[in-house]
Write a protein that binds this ligand. Structure first.
Ligand SMILES: Nc1ncnc2c1ncn2[C@@H]1O[C@H](COP(=O)(O)OP(=O)(O)OP(=O)(O)O)[C@@H](O)[C@H]1O
Ligand SMILES: [Mg+2]
Length: 261
């Protein structure tokens, strides 16, 4: 579904992404792991149109999508979430979901004059959809809470919920599990699995928690120093000497190491 070919993204002389080539198969939940600073988020930013590449290509279903802006990728069904959740704090969780652009008629000026009934119908449908998403994520009780007042983990669920307001094909998740308690992490994992099985979403998941990766991802791609280093099942990559060295090279402070050892 996604093919990345010899992708580079440099910052001055620093090669954050340094010739990465990889595939994400349709229907998979592909894990992307690697030591801090490996270039994972930068790779996501380039694929999702937030940063132009220095060179290289990104294809989606065979179409060259290199450098397309996020809103065009959004309309093709390519969505991403952020390592740090973005929400409109004073709006309710339901309203946050209703804000996700989906071609509502209300956005066009003439519609506000000629299509009041249609806007009201669409708003009702949008509201019903938002409530369905909140229910799917088991956070219906937060519908009317201001999004700024919910927990960090619940914000991550809301981020995932934003991808469900449209017909996503592939979703890039950047550390949805970071700073989230165990129970909520498993709720997030279940939601990802259900979206994959029931709605056919393809996922690419950056995560440092190897239990989470093991529960969800096959294959797992390891990135180090801006390149793909290895790919396989979690057990295969854990047994790969180059992978162990890449993690060791960053020092034992890296908490992934405990899981890799
Ligand atoms: N805008 C930028 N300007 C300069 N350097 C940058 C910029 N963005 C990222 N980098 C550098 O590129 C490298 C890769 O960063 P990136 O955020 O992609 O890593 P990561 O694999 O997501 O790490 P982590 O697991 O810690 O989130 C880092 O050394 C970072 O300092
Ligand atoms: Mg990152």
């Amino acid at each position: 579904m996604i093919r990345v070919e010899n992708l580079h993204r440099h910052f001055g002389g620093f090669r954050a992404v340094d010739g990465a080539s990889l595939h994400i198969a349709k229907g998979s939940i592909t894990g992307l792991v690697g030591p801090n600073g490996a270039g994972k988020t930068t790779l996501f930013n380039v694929i999702a149109g937030a940063l132009p590449p220095t060179s290289g290509q990104v294809y989606m279903d065979g179409e060259d999508i290199t450098g397309l802006p996020p809103h065009e990728l959004f309309h093709k069904g390519l969505l991403r979430t952020f390592q740090i959740a973005h929400e409109f704090g004073s709006m309710s969780c339901r309203e946050n979901l209703m804000m996700v652009p989906g071609g509502q008629s209300g956005e066009q000026l003439w519609n506000t004059w000629f299509g009041r009934k249609r806007i009201a119908d669409e708003e009702r449908a949008l509201r019903a959809k938002a409530d369905e998403v909140l229910d799917f994520l088991t956070i219906s009780h937060l519908a009317d809470h201001p999004a700024g007042a919910i927990s960090g983990g619940q914000k991550k669920l809301l981020e995932l919920g934003r991808t469900m307001m449209v017909d996503a094909k592939i979703v890039f998740l950047d550390e949805v599990g970071a700073g989230v308690n165990r129970t909520l992490l498993m709720t997030i994992a279940d939601a990802i699995l259900r979206l994959n099985k029931e709605r056919g979403y393809t996922f690419c998941v950056i995560e440092h928690d190897m239990d989470f990766i093991g529960k969800l991802c096959d294959p797992v791609i390891v990135m180090a120093e801006g390149k793909k280093l290895a790919e396989g099942t979690l057990d295969q990559i854990k047994a790969n000497n180059q992978v162990i060295e890449a993690y060791l090279g960053t020092g034992l402070k890296n908490k992934d190491m405990e899981a890799v050892e």
